[in-house]
Design a protein around this ligand. Structure first.
Ligand code: NOJ
Length: 550
């Protein structure tokens, strides 16, 4: 059996987890202080977003020094203390490797700017086209064009993200070597997990040209050379160890590439994050829009990825939430009327699928979007860029704010709600991002809604460890076109696991096939009343139920 298929990974966003230094920003010691909480939950690995030196224009994804700790988060002693104490609880650390780009404050970029040719070749610099237009017509993923002027030269540098995040030139072997040193540095510190930021966009075309669609993704996403780079990265770094878990964040990828990235025979990564299932409430593919989520589409995407990864021997990372997504319970459920049912149903839907579940801080207690009223309450750079763009496009202030309220990445970045005291027990100083108003009821000490959700998560985590079918079972869907229920069957060594998840607020029924009814069924876990499996199985609002069949 694979070494990591029974594991559950928890993501803590260091900035918002727990502040022990009273600067309003979470820190490494805060994470250390909360290890007993995480151990009690039962998680195996803790993914931390970047805490390296950074100007924080993109909350640490603009790294200025890969092998340092930003003083806002703590010191080397704090890091050493965190890793050893985590290990004593049986928790390993997973760190974020941001290898596609550096901050423009990184020494390499600064040297390049100062005219050092060696470092100029670390980045992607080009001249304007003959007609005076930018080197290519590509767009930055954070809005605007993907090229900015390189100092006072006549060149431009590529930045697929913020203007302060310059893309590295992976075609330069020296760059790759430098980056492998970074990865090895952290592995030598005892880190056991690596999350590779937007790793499928590192391989830009050799000749950079205008894109027909004016966006450019096909010129740098999932290009064949990416697989070569990842294989080399594997060989030069984590592949030298037995027990490292890796996950690649894959922007706009395909199942076919997902299989390649994560099939163990190819020596690339352990698993991947894909995002198509989190775009089912984008109107015409546009994130900054409001649309009720398309349930059938959501199911089809989850289904396609499950089926494709089984067939190709790949492995999915399973998740609803992270620091880039609005809260899934606010998005796909009814947090007003069914907070416990919504959160537990969403959790069960993915925890019992084939893949590795990730829990993003606070989802285990039912944290929701904060519903800020004011643009000033948002910090995220992407949100502010989007606001500007929407206003330029003629969208009214009120409409733009309504969209931001649903779509901003800050929705998930609010401080962790520990208790009902000031600032939700996150900090005794003013938090860098406002706490959600509902912290008095939704917090880790609440004995009602939050506790019910957390207890449910604990059970799901334990079941994954106890039941091989959850770790290793195959996957099949039931009634893909059912309008409100996502039902699937896992199978392993003659046993089956039937999981029924209802995504809406009214009762609905699904017909269970005779082949399953003829087996011996026992109720495994659900958020409604325990009952027998029957032909016309009725599920209540946001109900989830799982049966083991022998
Ligand atoms: C993906 C990260 O998750 C996101 O937060 C960041 O802005 C981009 N990559 C750029 O590094």
């Amino acid at each position: 059996m694979s070494t990591f298929h029974d594991k559950v990974i928890y993501q803590a966003y260091p900035k918002s987890f727990k502040d022990t230094s009273s600067n309003g920003i979470g820190d490494l010691n805060g994470i250390k202080e909360k290890l007993p909480y995480l151990a009690d939950l039962g998680i195996d690995m803790l993914w931390l977003n970047p805490f390296y030196k950074s100007p924080q224009n993109d909350n640490g994804y603009d790294v200025a020094d890969y092998t340092s700790i930003d003083p806002i988060f703590g010191t080397w002693d704090d890091f050493d203390g965190l890793i050893s104490e985590a290990n004593s609880y049986g928790i390993d650390l997973m760190l974020d490797m941001v290898l596609n780009h550096t901050s423009t404050e990184h020494e390499w970029f600064q040297k390049a700017l100062a005219g050092d040719k060696k470092y100029q070749d670390y980045y992607i610099l080009r001249e304007l086209q003959e007609d005076g237009s930018l080197p290519t017509n590509w767009e930055s993923k954070f809005g605007g064009k993907a090229w900015s002027k390189f100092g006072d030269t006549d060149k431009y540098y590529l930045h697929l993200y913020d203007v302060t995040q310059a893309d590295l030139n992976w075609r330069n072997p020296e760059v790759r070597e430098e980056l492998y040193k970074v990865v090895n540095f952290w592995l030598e510190k005892g880190v056991k997990g690596l999350r590779f930021d937007v790793i499928n966009v590192i391989g830009k075309d050799e000749i950079l040209e205008d894109a027909e669609d004016g966006v450019g993704k096909s010129h740098y996403t999932d290009t064949p050379i990416v697989h070569d780079y990842i294989q080399e990265l594997n060989k030069e770094t984590f592949g030298r160890y037995e027990d490292i878990v890796t996950v690649g964040e894959m922007s706009s990828t395909t199942v076919e590439n997902g299989v390649k990235y994560s099939n163990p025979e190819r020596n690339e990564l352990s698993m991947i994050f894909s995002f198509h299932h989190l775009k089912v409430d984008y109107k015409d593919g546009e994130k900054w829009s409001i649309m009720p989520f398309d349930f059938i589409e959501l199911k089809k995407i989850l289904h396609e990825w499950q089926e494709g990864m089984v067939e190709g021997g790949g492995w999915n990372a399973l998740f609803w939430n992270n620091h880039d997504q609005p809260r899934a319970n606010s998005r796909f459920g009814d947090v007003e009327n069914y907070p416990v049912e919504t959160s537990t149903m969403l959790a069960q839907t993915i925890h019992l699928l084939r893949g590795t579940p990730y829990i993003y801080q606070g989802e285990e207690i039912g944290m929701t979007n904060p519903n800020y009223e004011d643009l000033d309450e948002y910090v995220d750079i992407e949100t502010h860029n989007a606001y500007k763009k929407m206003r330029e496009d003629g969208i009214s202030h009120d409409e733009a704010m309504a969209i931001i309220k649903e779509k901003s990445r800050d929705n998930s970045r609010t401080p962790m709600q520990w208790d009902d005291s000031k600032n939700a027990g996150f900090s005794d100083a003013e938090p860098w991002l406002k706490v959600a108003d509902n912290y008095k009821n939704i917090n880790t000490e609440n004995t009602d809604v939050s506790q019910a959700i957390r207890d449910y998560y604990k059970t799901l985590i334990r079941l994954r460890k106890d039941i091989p079918i959850i770790q290793e079972g195959s996957y099949d869907v039931l009634e893909l076109e059912h309008p409100s229920i996502f039902a699937y069957v896992r199978e392993y060594e003659g046993e089956k696991l039937l999981v029924l998840n209802h995504f809406y607020g009214e009762d609905d029924t699904i017909t269970i096939p005779d082949e399953l009814l003829n087996m011996d069924a026992s109720y495994l876990i659900g958020n409604g009343s325990e009952r027998k499996l029957e032909k016309e199985f009725k599920l209540g609002p946001y109900e989830t139920a799982a049966f083991l069949l022998k």
